[in-house]
Structures are given as structure tokens and as C-alpha cells.
Design a protein around this ligand. Structure first.
Ligand code: FAD
Ligand code: DLZ
Ligand code: SF4
Length: 509
């Protein structure tokens, strides 16, 4: 029998992977490689690299135990060619293989690299997702707008999750309106399950510290799960300790509480340590047992079979130019404080610090603090996209780009969102305790100490008036702006201009 190579990438660490199903453990050779092309195409947070390398090394051992021959290249292997196609070619030379099979990567860059590489690579669909590319195309075909809610309902019907016959459990498809409670004093958010580094993890931490220790992001107190058994324990722990309040406080932000009631499962799901079905079923089981309310469980299921699948569908439908889109023609460079947290805006400082320490921030921090500021300040969406790809342990282009370019920056001109997610300081004040310790005053709209979000919010609406004033979902905002007297509006614009000029000069804000 002829040997083929079976490529397994760092975010393909699932036992049930299409390329492994197509391969034959008796004759084929699995190729896994730690390479600089992947660690450096953006300078990923060291925590993300450590998580992936440790999980990759353990996955290679599991595959060996399951009978596979695995050629695993470590980053410090002197023969390492430092690219995936290069490592495939080296493996082909060593084994005599003339072709490789792979599961489709989650990024156009790597798909092209495999298509254009020196060895023929046959790619199979990544069926670890609920919705295939073809199914998403069918759903999207002929629709004027690709609204997640309609897609989600299809996925509910398809899975039967939280369905009562053909009707949604409890009578409503979506319980989001119950999920916007502000934080209250004394909310004791549980801690996510932490894992003490074992020998494999320690070895990887040493390598990553030596090679990438100077990069943005901390490696201290590494606690991620790095194998499926641990990830399953983390899931069970979250279901028990946090899921019941996940819905209520999904949007809440509290200083010093980076995780709140969130699952922290995205790094594990995206790398393949957990699957969409098992995480949803764990939550639904808790609901059936009376241990978690419907608003929490429906909210979680919607994130997984709704948002996550929809976002992936958008990435592959929109194509490789998606990350270059810039519908609002934003050009400002990313301010240094995105890398240092050195800003007087307490909300931004808190979210960036958490991100540096944990390679994590929860959805509302990403959307309504760092994302909102970037949009209001007119930061270049490609630079914003690269920042998000670097800093989060769960970031791969298929999921990061539609969330950033689409949902957060409106740079796709409205494919993902029907209106931009912008707000002034009031929203942040309502949903967090950040403003209490801020150098700025959230109730001050102009003049000394005025919250930059307040000024830049109106500045954004004013400078994009032509595009947005006809949007019915934004009409109220423009009416409020127009009701302000002309002097006040002029002051807001002048002070907004001043903040933007200070950003351009690299001054602290
Ligand atoms: P929870 O709040 O507990 O949600 C549960 C799960 O739902 C997550 O684990 C995740 O798998 C899924 N999910 C929820 N929302 C989304 C969404 N919008 N898109 C895809 N999956 C979702 N998610 C990533 O996985 N990778 C990214 O690079 C990423 N970048 C983002 C950038 C921006 C600007 C925004 C606004 C969101 C981004 N998200 C990204 C979505 C979301 O913020 C994260 O999935 C979530 O914060 C992960 O933390 P968690 O596991 O605690 O999530
Ligand atoms: C993100 C990442 C990193 C940092 N390193 C590797 C690596 O060394 N080897 C590998 O196979 N995969 C890595 N990955 C994940 C890939 O970048 C990912 O498969 C693509 O971005 C497609 O989602
Ligand atoms: Fe953020 Fe403004 Fe509140 Fe300060 S006052 S924390 S800048 S929203």
C-alpha cells in the first residue's frame, strides 16, 4: 500500500476529524508541526501558542496510542522548515509519500498555501461544524440580509435542541431580553476550572517563554486545559457553577472579574478539544434536570449553534478579501494603549489588562469596550482585526474576522450587523462598575473630564450621517443629536476632534 500523509493542524485536535477518517492508520503517516509560519503570521499571544503546542503534543500521543504513526516536528527541531507545506514536503521525502490529505483549514491563507504547495493535498470538509458551506449557501441564497436569528431557528430545527415538536421550548426562540441584567453589588462570580501544568505543559512553557517571552501577553499562571478530558471537566464545572447565572449576567462587566459567568470554552472548542454537540447537550441536560433556567441555556445554545456557525458561514461565503474591507473608510492607526493598557479610560485599561494576562476577554468587553472605542475613533479595521487575532487564545481567522470586521467594526458594510454597535459611556456605566474608578466622568458630556466615549459617540454619528441617517434603527439617535442646540453640537464635535488629534499625536488619553 502507498503511504499518504495525513495533515493535522493545531486547531484540528479532534479525535473525529475528516482527514483521519479518510486516512488509514495501517499505512498512512500523520504530520503535525510546530512552525514559525503559524506562530508569526501575526505575533500571537504566548499563552495561545503554549496552549496549542501543549494540546498538539498531547494529541500526537493520543493518536499514537490509537495506532497511528505520527511525525511530529517540534519548534526547536533543527531540521524544521517552519511552514506547513515545507513540513509536508520533508515528511514526503522521508516516507516516500506522494500526496497528502487534510481537513480544510479555517483560514484562506493556509488553504491557499496547501493548494499552491509543492505536494498535492486533497482537502476534505471540516465536518466538526453543524452547518456545511453548502448548507449555509443554500440558506443565504437570495436573502437580502443574512440575519443570525433566522439562521439560528433553522439550526434549532435541525438539531431539535430545546424544541417542543416544531415549536421552541417555552414558546419563544430567543430569551435575550432577559439576559441584560447589570451587575449588582456582591455578585460572587465562580472561578473557571484551572489545571496545574504537567510535564508536557511545563516543557512547552519553557520553550514558549524562551522564544516568545518578549511578545505582548503574559505566560504567568498558565492554567488552560490542554487535553479533551480536562476540557470536559472544565465544561462540567462551568455548567454546575456558572451556567445558571450565565444568561442573567451575560453582558455584565465587573472590575477584577474577567470571567463573570462565561464558559471560557472557546479556546477548547475552536482547537477541537470539545465539540458543539457535547457542550450544548451538557447545558440542555442541566435545564432538563432543573439545574439551570431556560434563558441561560437557550442563550448558550444560541451562541454555539447560532452565532458560532453563522459567523463561520459568513467567513467562507464572503471570501478572502473580507479582512481588507473598510466600508467606513477608517484610517487611524491603532493606539499604543491597545498593547500597554496605559490609558486613563478605566474600561479600556481593564479590558486590555485582562487580555494581556489571560488571552481572554468576554464578548461584551470585546464588543462594547475595545471594539466600540475602535469604531468610534475610526481605527483602521485591518489593524483592529490583526490585534484581535493576536491577543485572544480562541482567535482563528474564520471566527475572529466576521466578529471584528463585521460585527464590531461594520467594515463589511452591514453583512453581519444591520447597524453599527456603538454606544456612549452610558451603556458601559449601566453594564459595569468601571466608571466608578475612572479618571473621566461618564455623566460629563463636554468640557473637562468628559468621557471620551460620550464625545466620540456623537462625533461618529455626525461624521457618518450620510450612511446611517436613513437606517430606521438609528433614526432615534439622529433625532436626539438634532435636538441638541447648535452650540452644544459644535462643542461636542470640536472636543471629539481634539481627542482624535491627541490620539494621532500619540498623547495619553
Ligand atoms: P461565552 O460567552 O461563555 O459563550 C459560549 C460560547 O459561544 C463561546 O465559547 C463560543 O464558542 C460561542 N460564541 C459566543 N459568541 C460567539 C460569536 N460571536 N462568534 C463565535 N462564537 C461565539 N470568538 C472566538 O471564538 N474567537 C475569536 O477570535 C473571537 N473574536 C471576537 C472579536 C470580537 C470583536 C467580538 C465582539 C467577539 C469575538 N468572539 C470570538 C466571540 C465571543 O466574544 C467569544 O466566543 C467569547 O467571548 C468566548 O468566551 P467564552 O467561551 O467565555 O464565551
Ligand atoms: C494558531 C497556530 C499557531 C500559533 N501555531 C500553529 C503551529 O505551529 N502548527 C499548526 O499546525 N497550527 C498552528 N496554529 C493553528 C493554525 O494557524 C490554524 O490551523 C489556522 O489558522 C487555520 O485555522
Ligand atoms: Fe469608560 Fe467613560 Fe466609564 Fe471612563 S467614564 S470607564 S472612559 S465609559
Amino acid at each position: 500500500m502507498v503511504t499518504r500523509l495525513v495533515l493535522v493542524l493545531g486547531d484540528q485536535l479532534s479525535d473525529d476529524l475528516s482527514a483521519l477518517r479518510e486516512g488509514d492508520a495501517a499505512t498512512d503517516v500523520v504530520v503535525m508541526a510546530e512552525v514559525q509560519a503559524e506562530t508569526d503570521y501575526v505575533p500571537h499571544h504566548p499563552r495561545k501558542i503554549a496552549f496549542l503546542f501543549a494540546a498538539m503534543r498531547k494529541h500526537a500521543e493520543r493518536l499514537r496510542s490509537a495506532g497511528w504513526t505520527v511525525r511530529y516536528t517540534r519548534l526547536d527541531d533543527p531540521e524544521n522548515t517552519h511552514s506547513i507545506p515545507g513540513e509536508l514536503l520533508r515528511a514526503a521525502d522521508a516516507t516516500g509519500a506522494t500526496e497528502a490529505i487534510a481537513t480544510e483549514p479555517g483560514e484562506f491563507r493556509l488553504i491557499s498555501a496547501l493548494e499552491d504547495g509543492p505536494l498535492p493535498v486533497h482537502m476534505f470538509p471540516d465536518d466538526r461544524f453543524l452547518c456545511s458551506h453548502a448548507e449555509f449557501e443554500d440558506w443565504a441564497e437570495g436573502r437580502k440580509e443574512l440575519r443570525m436569528e433566522w439562521f439560528y431557528r433553522e439550526m434549532r430545527r435541525k438539531t431539535g435542541f430545546l424544541m417542543d415538536g416544531d415549536q421552541p421550548e417555552g414558546g419563544k426562540w430567543n430569551y435575550d431580553h432577559d439576559n441584560r441584567k447589570p451587575p449588582k453589588a456582591g455578585l460572587d462570580a465562580p472561578r473557571p476550572m484551572r489545571f496545574t501544568p504537567d510535564e508536557t505543559v511545563e516543557e512547552v512553557l519553557e520553550l514558549v517563554r524562551a522564544r516568545f517571552g518578549n511578545r505582548y501577553g503574559s505566560l504567568d499562571n498558565f492554567w488552560f486545559a490542554t487535553e479533551p478530558g480536562q476540557a470536559r471537566r472544565a465544561l462540567a464545572h462551568w455548567v454546575k457553577t456558572a451556567l445558571p447565572r450565565f444568561g442573567d449576567f451575560q453582558d455584565a462587566m465587573v472590575k477584577g472579574e474577567p470571567f463573570m459567568f462565561h464558559a471560557l470554552l472557546s479556546p477548547y472548542i475552536n482547537a477541537g478539544l470539545l465539540g458543539w454537540r457535547e457542550v450544548c447537550e451538557a447545558a440542555i441536560d442541566a435545564y432538563r434536570a432543573g439545574d439551570a433556567p431556560l434563558n441561560a441555556v437557550e442563550g448558550f445554545v444560541r451562541q454555539i449553534i447560532g452565532w458560532r456557525e453563522y459567523i463561520r458561514g459568513v467567513y467562507f461565503r464572503e471570501g478572502p478579501d473580507y479582512t481588507s474591507r473598510n466600508a467606513l473608510e477608517a484610517t487611524r492607526g491603532l493606539p499604543e494603549f491597545y498593547w500597554t493598557a496605559e490609558t486613563d479610560m478605566a474600561c479600556v485599561a481593564e479590558c486590555v489588562s485582562t487580555t494581556m494576562a489571560e488571552a481572554y476577554a468576554h464578548h461584551i468587553q470585546r464588543l462594547m469596550v475595545t471594539g466600540n472605542f475602535a469604531l468610534l475613533a475610526g481605527l483602521h479595521p485591518h489593524q483592529v482585526h490583526e490585534w484581535y487575532l493576536v491577543v485572544y487564545a480562541d482567535a482563528y481567522e474564520w471566527v475572529e474576522a466576521p466578529n471584528v470586521i463585521g460585527m464590531s467594526q461594520f467594515a463589511d458594510g452591514g453583512v453581519v450587523g444591520s447597524k453599527p454597535y456603538v454606544s456612549g459611556g452610558n451603556y458601559i456605566n449601566r453594564m459595569s462598575d468601571y466608571c466608578k474608578s475612572c479618571a473621566y466622568s461618564v455623566t460629563t458630556k463636554t468640557g473637562a473630564g468628559a468621557c471620551p466615549f460620550n464625545l466620540l459617540y456623537w462625533h461618529f454619528l455626525d461624521r457618518h450621517r450620510d450612511r446611517f441617517e436613513g437606517n430606521p434603527r438609528m433614526a432615534q439617535m439622529y433625532r436626539t443629536w438634532d435636538r441638541m442646540d447648535a452650540d452644544r453640537r459644535a462643542t461636542v464635535i470640536a472636543e471629539g476632534d481634539d481627542i482624535l488629534a491627541r490620539l494621532d499625536r500619540g498623547e495619553r488619553i
